[in-house]
Design a protein around this ligand. Structure first.
Ligand SMILES: [Zn+2]
Length: 208
């Protein structure tokens, strides 16, 4: 498996291209920009992009989805519980960024707890982790976890936005993510990578 990271969009979200090296089938986890350079980088990776899997519906993770669907003819999945967030995209863009609002219209597929996506021999399993948003979803690929804005290095996602809930995010991390092996690598939605073991020991928000 090969993983490429692209930091894109108005709040520097991490987008991860996960590639099966044998078949060159790939998924893109989050899609935060429609910038031509981003599209060209994915094209030059020489992959068959099969799915875009969204960790949640916040605008700063989804802004490239319509363009990518058009260019790559790919299916995009998000939790149905986050369609309300996707509808808020134009509002969020104006409120937080003062940037030209856009509507994202091409998301029509929904991911549920336990769903498995396949690229070659690689399985990508969805885990539902509400808290940052109601439909927050993490993806497990072997010994790697793609945590979106549920778990960051030393922190968790903010819970003060519409439908955020601090008790839920703590429960999601402690009861679901912290049952994974300590050496699980965590690829976060913003900023640095971490591991489950590191967060169990040092995450100040979860250890109070
Ligand atoms: Zn978010």
């Amino acid at each position: 498996m090969e993983i490429k990271v692209f930091v894109e969009g108005p709040i520097d979200a991490n987008n991860y291209l996960v590639i099966d090296e044998k078949t060159r089938d790939a998924v893109l986890i989050d899609c935060s920009s429609s910038r031509q350079e981003f599209i060209d980088s994915v094209k030059s990776a020489n992959v068959n992009l099969k799915y875009i899997l969204l960790t949640h519906g916040h605008f700063d993770h989804i802004l490239g989805v319509d363009k990518f669907n058009e260019v790559f003819g790919v299916e995009t999945y998000v939790s149905a519980d986050d369609m309300s967030q996707i509808e808020l995209t134009p509002k969020f863009m104006e409120m937080f960024m003062g940037i030209e609002p856009v509507e994202i219209k091409s998301i029509k597929n929904f991911v549920n707890e336990g769903d498995v996506f396949k690229i070659g021999d690689i399985e990508i399993k969805a885990i539902s982790t509400p808290g940052h948003t109601k439909g927050g979803t993490c993806y497990i690929v072997g010994d790697k976890l793609f945590s979106g804005d549920t778990l960051f290095k030393g922190s968790v996602g903010r819970c003060d936005l519409p439908e955020g809930n601090f008790n839920d995010i703590v429960k999601s991390v402690k009861e679901k993510l912290f049952t994974l092996p300590d050496d699980t690598e965590v690829f976060t939605g913003h900023g640095a990578k971490t591991t489950i073991g590191f967060e169990k020991k040092y995450n100040e928000i979860l250890n109070v």
